[in-house]
Write a new protein. Structure first.
Length: 451
């Protein structure tokens, strides 16, 4: 039995080292089996302790009395499915009559302690069915995106959620978004990762970077238009508004509302147009929007009003024309002047990295998800890239973007530079760049030439 004891010690030490140094490997090798066994063994008692059981029905009590049997116990929600994942467990429950999904959501913290999991989140799938997503370790400490991603046109992965799921930026569902964050909070990395993912799609990228272009101009080979100062930005936004009006004229010309045209073929936006007529969708990225709203002279004030008016028009009308906004900044409140709050109301998606004060968090979530404000101001300084995201539905979650260096983003944009569309309305703002020098294959250069 000495060899068996030695083998057990080796297994325990290996499990401890993996849990300490590589929690993801520990979960895949030991953790998932232990957690599954723990959930199945403790399930009934944990649900009873958390108040998630219902008393037996009257007919069950009457049947027990007639059969002279002990009174039946309270029943917990029925397990429909228990599925292991690469980061945790997914438990699907069927609620008993009288139970509510809010009761399960309110007990997630107690379930986390009872099942010895790192985190537990709850969401209602349909009436009477609730899904619990349990994470076995801190998936946001070292972000590792899964190898298989569910990408689609105008839908790109940008971060990992705290429940282990991938957070996607879906422009068809959430056309416009606001991203806030203090200096060194990871906001630029989030934007960089977004550009690198969009570079692979059939989309036109338009950028406004008033920090003399230090953030977006290195990625210029994948951009159809760029502006690095407020004056050029005002002209670029006016050109986008003109382009939007032209797209609407195209949609009207193709509507063909007659009795013999099926309802599904009546065009209301660019996605209803035939492929050969559909204009290329445009994503407008604005880095540090406050630089567009600040002014010191009367002329700058007129320029500022012109810029904010154009942005508000694009936010209100641009979705059907295939124009989507990504607004980034450190602060975005009423102190930036008139029209700002009207613009913010059109930005459905909200993402807040670490902020310096509660007021900044309220700018992002105060009007849509007040519970997320506290989570945003609790983001520590030593975790750049950690953010809170939400939308107008009131739901929110913690996410973290994988670190994307500037070199990685530049390489992605250069690799897909051939996808950059030429937009006649924005031709004046297309960055002029030299041709890429051909890169010699190192293997071919090292191979000796034989006569």
């Amino acid at each position: 039995m000495s060899w068996l004891s030695g083998l057990l010690v080796v297994v325990v030490v290996t499990a401890g080292l993996l849990r300490w140094r590589h929690p993801a490997w520990y979960w895949l090798t030991f953790g998932v089996a232990l957690a599954t066994l723990r959930v199945l063994v403790r399930y009934s008692s944990v649900m009873d302790a958390c108040g998630l059981t219902v008393p037996p029905s009257r007919w069950r009590l009457a049947f027990a009395r007639m059969a002279n049997r002990p009174a039946p116990e309270s029943r917990p929600p029925r397990i429909l499915r228990l599925r292991p994942t690469r980061t945790g467990l997914v438990l699907r429950l069927k609620l008993r009559p009288g139970q509510d999904a809010f009761d399960v959501a309110a007990a997630t913290d107690r379930l986390r302690h009872s099942f010895a999991m790192y985190g537990v989140t709850s969401r209602e799938l349909r009436s009477g069915v609730v899904e619990l997503r349990m994470t076995g370790y801190d998936v946001l400490k070292r972000v590792q995106m899964p190898a298989k991603l569910d990408t689609a046109p105008m839908r790109v992965p940008v971060a990992l959620r705290e429940d282990g799921a991938v957070h996607y930026r879906d422009y068809r569902t959430t056309p416009h978004a606001l991203t806030l964050g203090a200096t060194k909070s990871g906001k630029s990395v989030y934007q960089r990762n977004l550009v690198a993912e969009l570079a692979t799609q059939d989309v036109a990228l338009v950028g406004i970077d008033c920090k003399q272009g230090v953030e977006l101009f290195p990625l210029a080979r994948r951009f159809s238009a760029l502006a690095d100062n407020p004056d050029t930005a005002a002209e670029l936004l006016d050109a986008l508004v003109t382009h939007m009006e032209g797209v609407y004229q195209l949609i009207r010309a193709e509507q063909r509302i007659t009795a013999d045209v099926p309802d599904a073929e009546i065009a209301a936006d660019i996605w209803d147009l035939p492929d050969h007529l559909r204009p290329t969708p445009i994503v407008l990225l604005v880095d540090e929007v406050a630089e567009l709203a600040l002014f010191a002279t009367r002329d700058e004030e007129k320029r500022r009003d012109r810029i904010i008016t154009a942005l508000a028009r694009l936010a209100q009308l641009g979705r059907a024309a295939g124009i989507y906004l990504e607004i980034c900044g450190q602060r975005f409140g009423s102190e930036l002047g008139k029209g700002i709050t009207m613009l913010r109301a059109q930005l459905t998606g909200r993402t807040a990295h670490r902020v310096n004060d509660e007021t900044s968090a309220n700018m992002a979530f105060g009007d849509i998800a007040p519970d997320a404000v506290l989570a945003a101001i609790q983001i520590p300084t030593e975790t750049p890239g950690l953010a809170v995201t939400g939308d107008s539905s009131g739901g929110w979650a913690r996410i973290r973007t994988p670190h994307t260096s500037m070199r990685q983003a530049v390489n992605a944009c250069n690799r897909h530079a051939h996808l950059t569309p030429d937009l006649p309305a924005l031709a004046a703002f297309r960055p002029a760049l030299p041709l890429l020098a051909p890169v010699e294959d190192p293997a071919r250069a090292a191979k000796p030439v034989t006569a």
